[in-house]
Design a protein around this ligand. Structure first.
Ligand code: SAJ
Length: 423
């Protein structure tokens, strides 16, 4: 029986642990969040995601989380590191968790262990940071590869086993061992790249590609708003081109643990080798401006009603960073709420997926307490809401931060509507 230890049981590690268990591996898991560990011990999936909860139910008794991580690593042939790699307040890569995980591995791995890192890292991290720590081990031979995670939380089509992967090893044997492992658990193509750096750069490039495209459409939205052009119409038009156009959508901001973070991993690393990523940095600036832009639109609408933002009762629909998930990391809602509070508005928040972020119990209560609404997350519950309730609760302005509501219906109800590049 091949033993696998997964270090980090979050949005990435837990799906990997379930997948390994489904494929018959003896699975050990560890997470520094003891609340998460005790939920898993009690057979409760700590992450709200239909697919993952389903998978977890099938294998929950086969993921051992009580064993100390170093005891587990001692018994494991494969160790997969899936810890967070965020940025600090200056947008510099924070590898604290990764280094701690590597320390545990170097203290306890056995001969011939295959160490795989799935966490997103900048090109050079494996050779410059991870290897020096692992080499502190007295083990003579071990293997190291990078296989960047490609989890898309909430995506029902591309579940983990259906997403193609790339692997790159510190040497040919490491790369081959990682390739063979993923071939066993993933039902999609596995590509071996020629170097571990190429694998590190792949993930950074694919997510930076997404960030600049979102920045592009956010800038177009700001421009079209001035020109009175509905950007959704234009995206619909451009999308009829069967090649060379890829639709992205403007919004109240760019959140999550990937897109707003990964570009900085490259920007900061490139700076060390004397290269300034002007374009990537500008794209980040544009995307980070969207929460402010959303509040600015709201204030402009208030002015038209001769109202001011001080003491305005504003309902925020959505706290999560994207639709139909409970993850709030880097969520634009956090920034929008902060700006509104700085301007002395009274803020009510409701998110059906994030009870702890809500200060009212349901959408009805939010509408009763608010005079104005800013939709930040396009959860299906909000897209399907009964718009008549806006009228019944005398909502005067709705800012549609995801351009997901029926603009005409809202205007016909005599309510001021403004989206992002859509009015
Ligand atoms: N967003 C926009 N406009 C868009 C797309 C997204 O404003 O056109 C915003 C979302 O509202 C959210 C943020 O950007 O706040 C990130 O959205 P996302 O759809 O990129 O969701 P993530 O962060 O879960 O991204 C993951 C990524 N997957 C991995 O890193 C393995 C990303 O590479 C995928 O492209 C993305 O899922 C996906 O396609 O759904």
């Amino acid at each position: 029986m091949t033993n696998v230890t997964i270090v980090g049981l979050g949005y990435v590690g837990l799906p990997v642990a379930c997948l390994c268990a489904v494929h018959g591996y003896e699975v050990y898991g560890e997470d520094t969040d003891k609340k998460k560990v005790s939920l898993i011990e009690d057979g409760i999936c700590p992450i709200k995601d239909d697919y993952l909860e389903n998978q977890f139910k099938k294998v929950k008794d086969r993921i051992k989380v009580t064993v100390k991580v170093e005891e587990a690593i001692k018994k494991s042939d494969i160790v997969i590191i899936c810890v967070p790699t965020p940025v600090d307040k200056n947008n510099r890569p924070d590898l604290t968790a990764l280094k701690a995980a590597c320390d545990s591995v170097s203290r306890s791995m056995k001969e011939g262990t295959l160490v795989i890192v799935e966490s997103t890292i900048f090109p050079g991290t494996t050779e410059e940071v991870i290897l020096p720590i692992l080499k502190k081990s007295d083990v003579k031979k071990f293997y190291v590869a990078h296989c960047p995670e490609r989890i898309d939380p909430g995506n029902k089509n591309f579940t983990i086993e259906r997403i193609p992967r790339v692997v790159g090893g510190i040497d040919k044997e490491s790369s081959l061992k990682a390739y063979e492992f993923y071939k066993k658990i993933i039902n999609a193509s596995i590509i071996e790249l020629k170097s571990v750096k190429a694998a590190e750069a792949t993930k950074i490039m694919e997510n930076t590609f997404r960030d600049i495209n979102i920045a592009f459409i956010n800038e177009m939205a700001k421009s079209f708003d001035k020109a009175g052009i509905d950007i959704l119409e234009v995206i619909k038009g451009a999308s009829t081109k069967p090649f060379a156009f890829m639709p992205h959508y403007p919004g109240a901001g760019v959140g999550g643990h990937c897109i707003p973070v990964d570009p900085y991993y490259l920007i900061e690393k490139a700076k060390q080798s004397g290269f300034e990523h002007e374009f990537l940095s500008l794209a980040r600036k544009i995307n980070e401006s969207m929460p402010h832009y959303t509040v600015e639109i709201f204030e402009n609408q208030l002015k038209k009603l001769n109202k001011v933002i001080k003491d305005a009762k504003v309902g925020i629909l959505g706290f999560a960073y994207k639709a139909n998930v409970d993850d709030t990391r880097e969520s634009p809602a956090l920034k929008i709420i902060e700006i509104l509070k700085d301007k002395k508005a009274k803020v009510f928040v409701f998110d059906p997926y994030v009870k702890k972020g809500s200060n009212v119990d349901n959408i009805d209560e939010l509408m009763q307490k608010s005079d104005y609404i800013i939709l930040v997350t396009d959860h299906k519950e909000f897209k399907d809401m009964d718009l008549n309730k806006l009228k019944e609760n005398n909502i005067k302005i709705i800012i549609d931060g995801r351009n997901c509501l029926n603009k005409k219906r809202i205007k016909d109800l005599g309510i001021s509507y403004h989206g992002i590049g859509r009015s």
